[in-house]
Design a binder for this molecule. Sequence first.
Ligand code: G3P
Ligand code: CA
Length: 253
Amino acid sequence: PSKAAELVATKRVLIIAHRGASAHAPENTIPAFEAALKTKCDLIELDYYHSKDSVPVVFHDKVLDRTSNSVAKLGIAKIGIGDLTAKELQTLEAGQWFKPPFPGAKIPTLVEALDVIQNGGKTLIERKGGDAATVVKLLDEKQLRGNVVVQAFDWKYIAECHKLAPDLVLGCLGSEELSAKRIAAAKAAGATAIGWRHGDLNEAGIASVHAAGLKCWAYTVNDRRRAKYLIEAGIDGLITDDPANMQGLLELL
Ligand code: G3P
Ligand code: CA
């Protein structure tokens, strides 16, 4: 098995930094990934789309307004991440909105983010937009296929990744009812893990994911009491904005 497969198979509860250590630095920027690396958490999650010129770039929202200075700089609201080239996107500030502001933080390309995270950590790549073939090719070029996990809410994309790269560790994201049918569909798509909205998870749901032979992760858990409940209910991974806080909880249990 690959290193990523071994990591996901461990019995420990994995701590996964959501958009980096996004409680302490602007989400999906290099400072947030560096802050997460310092915690030695198990995985560092990020989101990506394709830019106008088809470069995978790391950003959460479909439009630039909330976490960049696009409106102030360009004077237009609701510009999409896919409306600008990667070069144009990188003229924007991506950390000035944060409290405290992080001047100079840019929108990383997926390659830039991987170069930072994989130097000591492992990436949980969430696809928000873009095709499977591009990401598989990129991971192969960087020889990272066995060292990352790829997840998406779009399970057709996951199935496509699985077809192109059967050894790639994959996760299916979702929310609301965790029915046997949906669990079976995630498994059929080639997923090893299911990542579910934590408010829609309970002990029975987690047990049914396990019964299908899959791991169950919860997003986005920042409250220690909720995390403790999920751990007691059998959760395998906690996706959190503050990995150090959740590591502190694990030490207490
Ligand atoms: O890791 C899963 C979680 O990140 C999904 O929700 O909106 O934060 O990408 P979102
Ligand atoms: Ca995400």
